[in-house]
Design a protein around this ligand. Sequence first.
Ligand code: GLN
Length: 225
Amino acid sequence: MLTIGLLYPELLGTYGDGGNALVLAERARRRRLDVEVISVGIDDDVPDASIYLLGGGEDGPQRLGADLLRRSTFPLRVRDGRYVLAVCAGLQILGTSFAVEGDDEYEGLGLVDVVTHRGERRSVGDLVVRVNERLLVGFENHGGRTTLGPGVEPFGVVERGRGNDGTVDGYTTSTVWASYAHGPVLAMNPWFADEVLERVLGRELAPLPTVADQLYEERRALLAR
Ligand code: GLN
């Protein structure tokens, strides 16, 4: 059974990032896999899950989400090897600290050695990231600039937009993918959804051609330099 834990969609749901759960679940179901999506509200305990999804959010909800997660079993479960896909505010929350509203530093969960400072301007617009040989398309809207600690691998190289700092976007570990790309990113990048599924399931999946591939190709052709 594949269990997808969608964390605090009422706080971290900017741009419909909860759609990432729908995409993972549907792509798994079409391969005849058993899937459960658990939407975890702010009053709920964080249940065990194969993968957790953390979306983007405005500064206030982001802080509340960070506080709730800090007091929950989530950090333990991530340290224990559960997978996480984190977008924007989610990316910042997993780090050591973030400062998005003014220069006040706010404590993150400290699960990954990254720090987010406040940038001079918000980064708003299309985002294209090269992830190995593939292009990931999405859009970004954030005030933070994220710096990776030594040894932390970026998720990809920015081809368009800003990502962390104008050169790279997000970060990746053996169990975490983090990007500034909204979209929701898995709906816009079916190849990435399948990479995530294959890693979580620990096996290769048969190709699943859908209209999402065509939409991806159209966006990629429009946005790639
Ligand atoms: N509040 C954060 C920032 O502005 C994240 C925004 C978001 O998730 N879109 O940097």
